[in-house]
Design a protein around this ligand. Structure first.
Ligand SMILES: *Cc1c(COP(=O)(O)O)cnc(C)c1O
Length: 358
């Protein structure tokens, strides 16, 4: 038993380090919405350069990045093509409908990755009686859809089809840097075919707040209008942006540690009878596993783990997710695995334990 929670529920659970807090405290600040905050301006320049775009805008959250981008790209009645598990469809409170008045056309991807043929088939004919297909939106890496990485070739094919038909393309890059660290493909190459792309600061980068949306000069000017309209224009936000600057300089390479820890966790889980996971399927900091053969519902398993100082995320009765981040060290992985073994072992009657196959 221990007093510190090993919180694998999400990489949003990470807290700013002491050095990051010091950088925040020392930040030079100004009026952000007058574009007079030097630290925010610096962060936006860094992210625009990183992503190979003209300009960028600092927003309080990734959700607001998606919603502002959707609002810039779409008029009421337009249609956005996304994976059925996309964050914008499932976890942004119906914002696409509420704020942009847009329709969603959801595709069944392979762990969140759909292909050019699916997009071609989903694009509507140009007729006055059907919605206007306007935007293709993807997530790199895919979150709830299965933690996969979009291969560059698939991105190029999908955005190529979008462009041919006059659609814009948006990348929810909440974990885009994780993809770069896992594959070696530069984020600017992943971002190149997109009209808009953003990265989250409050996931693997370990900042407390914020995300940065990038695009062309014209796109960012439009985005500023909706930043104000949605209440995302701030004041001395350099305090927050300083965390982002610090993280981009110091926390990118270390994402590899999160990936190693997730892989160690996945391999360890695979060895626990009753838990079903294919470690080979995961390359970044998100893993999914099935607990249906443990004899415990995911909710119950998680509750028992929390008593032992470990927490995962429950997706449904049998599926769970674990996400590694800066507050989970390599030495936390065996501790977490021991807790899972203990909980699962205590739940299974001996005879059943032998009969179980994975
Ligand atoms: C977390 C997440 C978001 C939302 O980001 P916040 O900064 O938490 O608002 C959007 N898309 C994906 C894929 C995410 O994982």
């Amino acid at each position: 038993m221990q007093n510190r929670l090993i919180d694998l529920a999400s990489d949003t659970k990470s807290r700013p380090t002491e050095v990051m807090r010091a950088a925040m405290a020392a930040a030079e600040v100004g009026d952000e919405q007058a574009r007079e905050d030097p630290t925010v301006n610096r962060l936006c320049t860094m992210v625009a350069e990183l992503l190979g775009k003209d300009d960028a805008v600092f927003l309080p959250s990734g959700k607001m990045c998606n919603q502002v981008a959707y609002r810039v790209h779409c008029r009421p009645g337009d249609e956005i093509i996304l994976d059925e598990w996309a964050h914008g469809v499932n976890a942004e409170a119906g914002g696409i409908a509420a704020l942009s008045g847009a329709n969603v056309r959801v595709l069944k991807g392979d762990r969140g990755v759909f292909d050019a043929d699916q997009v071609r088939a989903a694009i509507r004919p140009r007729r006055p009686d059907v919605p206007r297909s306007r935007l293709v939106s993807i997530e790199q890496t895919t979150n709830r859809a299965g933690g996969a990485i979009w291969p560059l070739a698939t991105i190029e094919a999908v955005t190529g089809v979008a462009r041919e038909s006059g659609l814009a393309a948006h990348m929810d890059g909440a974990r885009l840097l994780n993809a770069q660290v896992a594959t070696g493909v530069a984020v600017r190459d992943y971002a190149a075919p997109f009209d808009s792309v953003w990265i989250d600061l409050s996931k693997g980068l370990g900042c407390p707040v914020g995300a940065v949306l990038a695009g062309s000069t014209g796109f960012i000017e439009d985005a500023w209008r909706f930043k104000h309209q949605f209440g995302g224009a701030m004041r001395q936000a350099g305090i927050l942006a300083a965390a982002g600057v610090y993280a981009l300089e110091n926390h990118v390479a270390r994402l590899a540690d999160d990936h190693d820890n997730a892989q160690g966790l996945a391999r360890g889980l695979a060895a626990i009878p009753g838990i079903n996971i294919d470690p080979e399927a995961f390359r970044t900091n998100i893993i999914f596993f099935d607990v249906s053969r443990t004899g415990l519902r995911a909710e119950e398993l998680n509750a028992r783990l929390v008593e032992r100082g470990v927490r995962f995320q429950v997706l449904d009765a049998t599926q769970m997710r674990a996400v590694t981040h800066i507050d989970v060290g390599a030495d936390d992985i065996p501790t977490a695995l021991a807790a899972v073994s203990a909980v699962v072992g205590a739940a299974a009657p001996a005879g059943e334990r032998e009969n179980r196959t994975r």
